[in-house]
Every structure is written in C-alpha cells, then in structure tokens.
Design a protein around this ligand. Structure first.
Ligand SMILES: *Cc1c(COP(=O)(O)O)cnc(C)c1O
Length: 382
C-alpha cells in the first residue's frame, strides 16, 4: 500500500503539493474563496459568461420545463431535443456539417481518439498537448509519436517514417499553459500530404479567436475539410460545461457508434444544452467582449515590461509570466494572495521542469484598474 502521508509530505517538500480552495461566489473576475474576497486571474471564463444572467435564465427555463436529469444515455432515451438543437447550432457556428455533444472535453478526447485509432494506428501529438490527449493516445494503444512543440519539420520526419494504417495528427489550437497558437493551416497541409486526420482541440480558442468568436478555424479562415476534426469545450469561454466534436456527418455517426465515452455515459442535463445555445448568441452577438480582451492584453504587456520576469509569447487571454523555480513561483503566488489577488502557480508535471509560471488568465469582465492592481502587486513583490 502507498504510505499516503509520507508521499504527500514529499510533494510538500518539492513544492508540488496541490490543494483545493472553496469558491463561495459565482465564477468571475472578483470571487469569494475560503471566505475572503479576491481579484482573480485564475479561471478560463475568458468572456465573462460563466455567471451571465441570460445564460442562467435559459438553463432555468429548461429546468422548469424538463427537470434536471436525462436518466439515460444518448443511445437509449437520453438524447433530448435541446441537445439536438444545440448540436445543430454548434455545427453551423463553426462551419462544419455536423456536431456531437460530449459531457466533457476530457471524455470527448478519449472517445474520439479511441474511435479512430487502435494498435495499428499512430497518433502524432505536440509535446505540449493537454493531458486528456496524452491519456487518449495511451488508451487507444496506437503508436504515440510526440513531436517537439509546434515543430513542423520534426512532425514531418515522424509522418514520413510511419507505416501505420491510420494516422492522426493531434494538437491543442491554443496551448493551455503557454497561450500560443498551433500552425493549423500548415498542420492541415501535412495531414493532406501524409493522408492523416488533423484533430484540433480548440478548448481555449472557441469563443475567443476570430471576429465572431467561432474559434481557431475562423481565425485562420480554414474551409471545411473532411480530414479536419474539430473539438471545442464549453466550460471555458462559453461559460457552461461539456464539449462538442464537429466534422463530417459520417464522422458524427461513426462516433455515435464507436466512441465509448459517448455511448456508456448518461446524457448531460438538457438545461446545459439550453445554456449552450444561449451562450452562442452572446459569443457571436457581443464582439466587444473580445475587443475588451485585446485592450487588457495590451495593457498587461506594457506594464510587465518593467518587471524582472518575461511574459511568454502569446496573443490570447492566457498570458503566462515565466518564473522558473517552483518555490519562487509558489512564493509569488502566496504573496499575491496576501494582497487579495488569485493567480495560480503552475508547476511540473503540468509544465516542463524549470518552467514554473504564473498563468495570468484574463477575462472580458476585468477592468483596466484590475490589471493595474495586479501589476502594482507584482512590482512590490519583485
Ligand atoms: C480544459 C481542456 C480540456 C478538457 O475539457 P473539459 O471540458 O474541462 O473536460 C481538453 N483539452 C484542452 C486543451 C483543455 O484545455
């Protein structure tokens, strides 16, 4: 048996112990955590929609009409008209023929990869991909070929050398701990050249990238391609929960039949699908939320220039401040917390050794004064 106490003490000593805090307000730029008020840069609620009253109202109306539970999987009697409508709206929104809702992004990644690849296949994955894609690759038993971050030459070498029956290139669109973008058009060209699928996980781009917030495909103006499989999660910028996969109608049908994380789980409450549909209206209808993010990003960058730590190269609301040492990063995070600011220390194994960072996550609900307050606190701690 594991000696839990001793092993947890080891984690403490390494500065790697993780602890939960209890939120007792709505999610947002200003939160109440463990009974204290904070300015928060610690959520993925980029558009400030997680507690938007119109979305909550859409969910409430659906709860009143249809109750809480679906009581069954989608393939039994759990597939509700509100799921169906949300899928149609999501497919149209991202310019794909079909979309399929999953309960979480984690489950979607496991389900899609294992439905496409078995031990005769190969997955070509960026080294900085999200943990759920790493787990998906392992579960599929396909050859797991990891290429250096955004390194197209390395990827091409691996593709050229592969004789796998089916090939899948998998990448985060926006890297979750770095904030930079994958070169999606070039990846698609390699997928064409080597007869592979390209699977793009747009968890942090959906709602944020593109004039209308349609995500990374809008950002790069990529037309529909049967090779391209698009995933976005709905618990980040969309402010709800769940995820969807979009692509051809045949892909969606295949996943309905083969994706185990779709088949063997209870369908999400229809109220969440109603909330997703309401959120789509706000994402497209209020581009000012994205404009505000751009203003805040510029202000942060200008202010950080006088600090001893660099921001990593990112144009997205994920603006990591690179510190390096685990303990130093924790000390800074603690110092900010004492000053009423929540900004999490991100440490290995989430990021590579020696690259611990403060992951500043901006929201359209932040004000310029909020950014200035963060900068002032960092200056004090420097
Ligand atoms: C958050 C995230 C996921 C998981 O999505 P959930 O809906 O939270 O399970 C998958 N991929 C990436 C890149 C993510 O950032």
């Amino acid at each position: 048996m594991i000696d839990f106490a001793a092993r947890l003490a080891e984690l403490d000593a390494l500065g790697l112990r993780r602890r939960r805090r209890v939120l007792d307000s709505a999610q947002g730029a200003h939160v109440r955590v463990d009974g204290k008020d904070y300015l928060s840069f610690a959520s993925n609620d980029y558009l400030g929609l997680a507690a938007h009253p119109a979305i909550a109202e859409a969910a409430c109306a659906a709860l009143r009409d249809f109750g809480t539970g679906t009581g069954a999987a989608h393939l039994l009697t759990g597939h509700h008209i509100l799921h169906h409508q949300a899928e149609q709206a999501l497919a149209a929104f991202v310019g794909q023929p079909a979309a399929l809702l999953f309960s979480t992004g984690y489950m979607a990644n496991l389900g899609v990869v294992t439905a496409l690849l078995d031990r005769h296949g190969a997955i070509f994955a960026d080294k900085l991909n999200h943990a759920s894609l790493v787990d998906a690759a392992q579960l599929s038993r396909a050859a797991h070929q990891r290429y250096r971050h955004n390194d197209l030459e390395h990827l091409e070498q691996l593709l050229r050398a592969s004789d796998a029956e089916h090939k899948l290139i998998a990448t985060d669109a926006v890297f979750s701990m770095d904030g930079d973008l994958a070169p999606v058009p070039e990846l698609l060209a390699l997928a064409e050249k080597y007869d592979a699928w390209l699977y793009v996980d747009d968890a942090h781009g959906f709602g944020v990238l593109g004039h209308d917030g349609r995500g990374v495909l809008e950002h790069f103006a990529l037309p529909h391609s049967p090779r391209l499989i698009y995933l976005a999660t709905l618990g980040k910028a969309a402010g709800v929960a769940g995820a969807f996969v979009a692509g051809t109608k045949d892909l969606a049908e295949w996943l309905v039949n083969k994706a185990r994380t779709y088949i063997f789980t209870t369908a999400q409450p229809p109220a969440l699908a109603a909330a997703v549909s309401a959120s789509l209206g706000l994402i497209a209808g209020e581009p000012e939320r994205r404009e505000r993010l751009a203003t805040l990003i510029a202000r942060l960058k200008a202010g950080v220039a006088t600090l001893p730590w660099p921001l990593m190269a990112s144009e997205t609301p994920i603006q990591p401040l690179l510190i390096g040492d685990n303990h130093a990063t924790l000390r800074l995070s603690d110092g900010l917390r004492e000053r009423g600011i929540l900004l999490p220390a991100i440490r290995p194994p989430t990021v590579p050794e020696g690259s611990a960072r403060l992951r500043i996550s901006l929201s359209a609900n932040h004000t310029e004064a909020d950014i200035d307050r963060l900068l002032m606190a960092l200056r004090e701690l420097a």
